[in-house]
Design a protein around this ligand. Structure first.
Ligand code: PMP
Length: 405
C-alpha cells in the first residue's frame, strides 16, 4: 500500500474540483498590481479574497522600514529566540504590542497559527479543561491535539451551552480555559463576547480570544471585539496575527497574567522554530502605527463591508448573520460553489472557495474579504459579477430576491 493511499478519497474529491476549471487551491498571482488587484492567468483581477482588511501590504512606510531593516539585519534570523537570540526589532514590537493593548506582556510568534497552537496547548496542562467553540479555526483544534488536557466543545456562539458545559466541570478540579474568536473567519459572524466572558468568569475560568480577523478592524482603537464589547478586562489572553489587518506574517499573544514570560521557555511552538525576520517585524511595527491611527481606515472598511453585504443580500444571496469585513454567501452544493467560483475568476473576480468539512454546518461558501482600500466601483463590480453568475447558475431566484428585500 502506498504511503499516500490513505488520501484516496481526498484525491478523488480534489480531482473533481480541478476538473471543473482552475485549481482553487493553487491560484497564482502573476503580478500584484496593488493590494486589491493582481494579474491572474493573464487577466487583471479584483481581489476579494486576501484578508488585507486595511490594505497595508503596500503601505509605503511599512515597505521602506522593511527594506531598511532587511539591509541592516539580513534576510533571516536563522534560529529561534531562545536558542539563537532576539533582535532589537522583536523586543520593540513586543513592547509596542503590549502598550497598544494596555497589557503588561506580549510575545510574538512566527505565524498566527503557531501563536494559537503554542498559547492554548501550553496553558492547558494535564489536569485542566479546555473549552472551545465548535467552529474554532484549525489551529485551535490542532492546539487541542497537542495538549493532554480534557477538551470540550460548546455550540458555536452559544453561551448557554457554554454555561451547561462549564457546570459539568465544576467539581473536576484543574483550571478552565475557554477559547473563542472575535470575528469568525468563514461567515464573518462575531462572538457574543460579553456573555461568553461573563459565563467564563462565573465559573472562575480563563478566557482566550483569537482576534485574528478583528484586530485593526473592530473597536474605536482597533483592539478588536473585546474592545468593541467593552470586556477587555475580562479577557486573560488575546491572540492574534500579523497576516491580516497588519499586512505581513506572524502572530502574538498579550496578557496581564503574572509570570507570563515563563511561556518563552515552556511553549514549544515558540521555542523550537525560527523567529520572524527583522524586515517583517519592522513592517509590522510600522503598520501597527497605522492601526493605532486607523479610525478613518476602519470607517471606510465598515462602509465597504456594509455595501458588499447589502448588495449581495439584496441580490438574493444568503449572507452571514453579521455585517463584517468577511462576507460569505452560502450556495446549495459544493459542485455549484466550485462552478460559481470558476465563473467569477473567469470574469476577473477572485474570492475564496470554502467547502465542507472545513466550513460551519458543512456549508458550501464563497467567502469575500473586504478591504478599506477597495473602491466603491470595485465593490459594485463584485456585486454585479456575483449577480450575473448567480443568475446564470440559477443560484438566485425572484422569490429569494423578494424575500431579501
Ligand atoms: N486564527 C484564525 C481565526 C484564522 O483565521 C487564522 C488564519 N486564517 C489564523 C488564526 C492563523 O493565522 P496565520 O495565517 O497568520 O498563521
Amino acid at each position: 500500500m502506498g504511503i499516500l493511499d490513505k488520501f484516496k478519497d481526498l484525491n478523488a474529491a480534489y480531482d473533481d474540483i480541478k476538473s471543473a476549471g482552475a485549481d482553487p487551491f493553487s491560484v497564482r498571482f502573476d503580478e500584484m498590481l496593488s493590494s486589491t488587484e493582481a494579474v491572474v492567468g493573464g487577466k487583471k483581477t479584483i481581489l476579494f479574497g486576501t484578508n488585507n482588511y486595511l490594505g497595508l501590504t503596500f503601505d509605503q512606510h511599512s515597505v521602506e522600514q522593511a527594506v531598511t531593516a532587511l539591509r541592516e539585519n539580513g534576510t533571516g534570523t536563522t534560529g529561534s529566540r531562545i536558542a539563537n537570540g532576539s533582535y532589537g526589532w522583536h523586543q520593540r514590537l513586543e513592547t509596542e504590542l503590549a502598550e497598544f493593548f494596555g497589557r503588561r506582556h506580549a510575545m510574538t510568534f512566527t505565524t498566527g497559527y503557531q501563536a494559537n497552537l503554542g498559547i492554548i496547548s501550553t496553558l492547558a496542562g494535564r489536569d485542566d479543561h479546555l473549552v472551545i467553540d465548535a467552529d474554532s479555526h484549525a489551529c485551535i483544534y490542532d492546539a487541542c491535539k497537542l495538549t493532554s488536557a480534557q477538551v470540550t466543545r460548546f455550540k458555536h456562539n452559544d453561551f448557554n451551552d457554554l454555561r451547561k458545559r462549564l457546570s459539568r466541570l465544576e467539581d473536576k478540579g484543574g483550571n478552565i480555559i475557554v477559547v473563542t474568536e472575535g470575528i469568525y473567519s468563514m461567515l464573518g459572524d462575531k462572538a457574543p463576547l460579553k456573555e461568553i466572558a461573563a459565563v467564563t468568569k462565573e465559573f472562575g475560568g480563563y478566557l482566550v480570544v483569537d482576534e485574528a480577523h478583528s484586530m485593526g478592524v473592530l473597536g474605536a482603537n482597533g483592539r478588536g471585539l473585546a474592545e468593541e464589547q467593552g470586556v477587555e478586562d475580562q479577557v486573560d489572553f488575546i491572540v492574534g496575527t500579523f497576516s491580516k489587518s497588519l499586512g505581513a506574517v506572524g502572530g502574538f499573544c498579550v496578557s496581564n497574567v503574572d509570570d507570563f514570560d515563563l511561556l518563552r521557555v515552556a511553549c514549544r511552538p515558540y521555542m523550537f522554530t525560527a523567529s520572524l525576520p527583522c524586515s517583517v517585524v519592522a513592517s509590522v511595527v510600522t503598520s501597527l502605527e497605522k492601526v493605532k491611527n486607523g479610525q478613518f481606515l476602519r470607517e471606510k472598511l465598515m462602509n465597504n463591508a456594509q455595501r458588499l453585504y447589502d448588495g449581495l443580500r439584496n441580490a438574493g444571496f444568503d449572507v452571514g448573520p453579521d455585517v463584517s469585513p468577511v462576507v460569505a454567501i452560502q450556495l446549495t452544493s459544493p459542485d455549484l460553489a466550485v462552478a460559481f467560483w470558476n465563473a467569477l475568476l473567469e470574469e476577473g473576480l477572485y474570492v475564496n472557495l470554502a467547502l465542507p468539512p472545513a466550513t460551519p454546518m458543512g456549508q458550501a461558501l464563497l467567502r469575500s474579504s473586504v478591504s478599506a482600500v477597495h473602491s466603491q466601483k470595485q465593490i459594485d463590480n463584485a456585486i454585479a459579477l456575483f449577480t450575473k453568475v448567480g443568475r446564470e447558475f440559477g443560484a438566485i431566484t425572484p422569490e429569494r430576491i423578494a424575500s431579501a428585500s
